[in-house]
Ligand binder design. Structure first.
Ligand code: SF4
Ligand code: SF4
Length: 467
């Protein structure tokens, strides 16, 4: 077989890839401006919320607690259990539709303003690194390499921040009391949680110290979906080709009819994903607005109006109007309204007790020596309330039907469940000729709330019975 000829790509494949396939390390130049100031305020607000939520209690419960071993998820006063399949599905669907709708309207505003990757990278790790290494244009260009001491200090600082964030992150899964208890004890008393924090710290170090913008470029699935989620009227960060081209550094004269772009490359130098916005809308663009601030500074110096790079839409940049009402801005919110209404309805009407009745494994019925029939069943009760309860199990009165086994539960804490093994015995007259009868199992809590579950009594059919 003839050897396969390997050809070099004719254009850049990825902004972080050199022609020889090695990583192109980016050190975006710091830019100040109105958007950076606003993003900074939003970023620090989000960081404060992330670090503060584990300390917030609502109705005695943590504001957010993701108890994975207990399969119990608490969100702002509501506890969801793994058995809340419908509720969790409606909630997940609402989130997906909400993301679709917001993206259709505001493009990648989440990526640029709210995503933890951007928030921590641009407003914690990069500023911290610049501060320790000295920053400056030469460091950003890579022509000056910071000393080994500064680099060690930088990575030590990164490690400390990652360790702190990993502890806060764990607080969402175990609660702040448990976390502070573990932190004040020895790691050998809780190896698994210690290893978990170590793993999350290492994962964050890998991301923020090494992988960095690659997360947005090659790992984030949301970025890959942009081509289908955006349309020509969605908000984007765009370069006004009509105003900027032909670009050039020379002095603008009547003979040299250049556009407003002076080809200073400042928009490229500040881009955290290393792209040139003047090449058009690109999947790598996280709409962080740093190029807007960089270009506005240049325009200010030139006495030209700001906005050569600005928030816009593809249609606006092409000289057409921007339409708010489009099929996707009508369909997504309509679906979102329907799904979210269903979610809220299901949430407020759900009982604070969950009951499931199962037939026990083995034979569907047993014949007893006294001629009666026995069915075995399992009753599972889940306390969804925010306080403890005990429960009493009973059956509708049917002549000869009796319930055996533990019919009162121990106190169940919020979110706790129990399963009871019970049996029902009944005479043959209790069922009809088909050998079946539907009955109801009733569970009453100590505050009088009742829930019922159906169960089918099974016995031999009349044709199978012995006289
Ligand atoms: S910053 Fe503005 S003027 Fe400078 S290269 Fe970019 S678009 Fe052109
Ligand atoms: S092109 Fe501009 S908006 Fe897009 S990622 Fe780069 S700096 Fe941010």
């Amino acid at each position: 077989m003839a050897p396969v000829e390997m050809r070099a790509p004719t254009e850049p494949v990825l902004s972080t890839l050199n022609e020889d396939g090695t990583r192109r390390w980016l050190e975006p130049r710091m830019t100040f401006g109105r958007f950076r100031a606003r993003r900074k305020a939003v970023a620090y607000g989000l960081i404060a919320i992330f670090c503060g939520i584990p300390f917030v209690k609502i109705g005695g419960l943590p504001a957010i607690l993701l108890d994975i071993p207990g399969r119990k998820f608490t969100f702002f006063g509501s506890t969801f259990l793994a058995t809340d399949t419908l509720l969790l599905m409606l909630l997940a669907l609402s989130i997906v539709l909400g993301v679709f709708f917001l993206t259709a309207l505001f493009g990648r505003v989440w990526c640029g303003w709210g995503c933890p990757q951007t928030v921590y990278m641009e407003f914690v790790f990069r500023p911290l690194g610049r501060w320790i290494e000295g920053g400056g244009k030469n460091v950003e260009r890579g022509s000056v390499r910071p000393s080994a001491g500064r680099r060690t200090l930088k990575f030590s600082a990164y490690l400390a921040v990652c360790g702190f964030l990993a502890h806060v992150f764990l607080g969402y899964f175990v609660g702040i009391e448990q976390l502070t208890g573990w932190m004040s004890g020895s790691p050998k008393d809780h190896w698994s949680s210690f290893m978990l924090v170590a793993f999350v710290t290492a994962a964050m170090m890998f991301d923020f110290a090494y992988f960095r913008e690659q997360t947005c470029l090659v790992a984030c699935p949301y970025g890959r979906l942009q081509s289908v989620l955006l349309d020509r009227s969605s908000l984007i960060v765009g370069y006004d080709t009509g105003r900027g081209e032909p670009r050039g550094k020379g002095k603008r004269t009547a003979v040299l009819a250049l556009g407003d772009c002076v080809d200073c490359n400042k928009c490229v130098a500040t881009c955290p994903t290393g792209i040139d916005i003047r090449d058009g809308l690109q999947m790598e663009c996280i709409h962080c607005t740093q190029c807007i601030d960089a270009c506005d500074t240049v325009m200010d110096k030139m006495g030209k109006p700001r906005g050569l790079i600005r928030y816009s839409s593809k249609d606006e940049l092409a000289g057409k109007g921007r339409h708010f009402l489009r099929p996707r801005t009508l369909i997504y919110p309509t679906l979102l309204l329907v799904v979210f209404t269903l979610f809220i309805t299901a949430l407020v009407t759900r009982s604070s007790t969950d009951l499931m009745v199962f037939r026990a494994r083995g034979a569907p019925y047993e014949k007893l020596a006294d001629g009666r029939t026995m069915n075995r069943l399992r009753v599972q009760i889940v306390n969804r309330d925010t306080v403890s309860h005990t429960y009493q199990i009973s059956i509708a009165p049917i002549e000869g039907l009796s319930l055996r086994g533990p019919t009162t539960t121990e106190p169940l804490d919020p979110g706790e469940s129990t399963e009871l093994a019970l049996s029902l015995t009944f005479p043959k007259q209790a069922v009809d000729g088909s050998g079946e009868r539907e009955i109801e199992i009733e569970v009453e809590s100590d505050v009088g709330e009742t829930v019922t579950g159906g169960f089918t009594l099974l016995a031999p059919r009349r044709s199978e019975r012995t006289p």
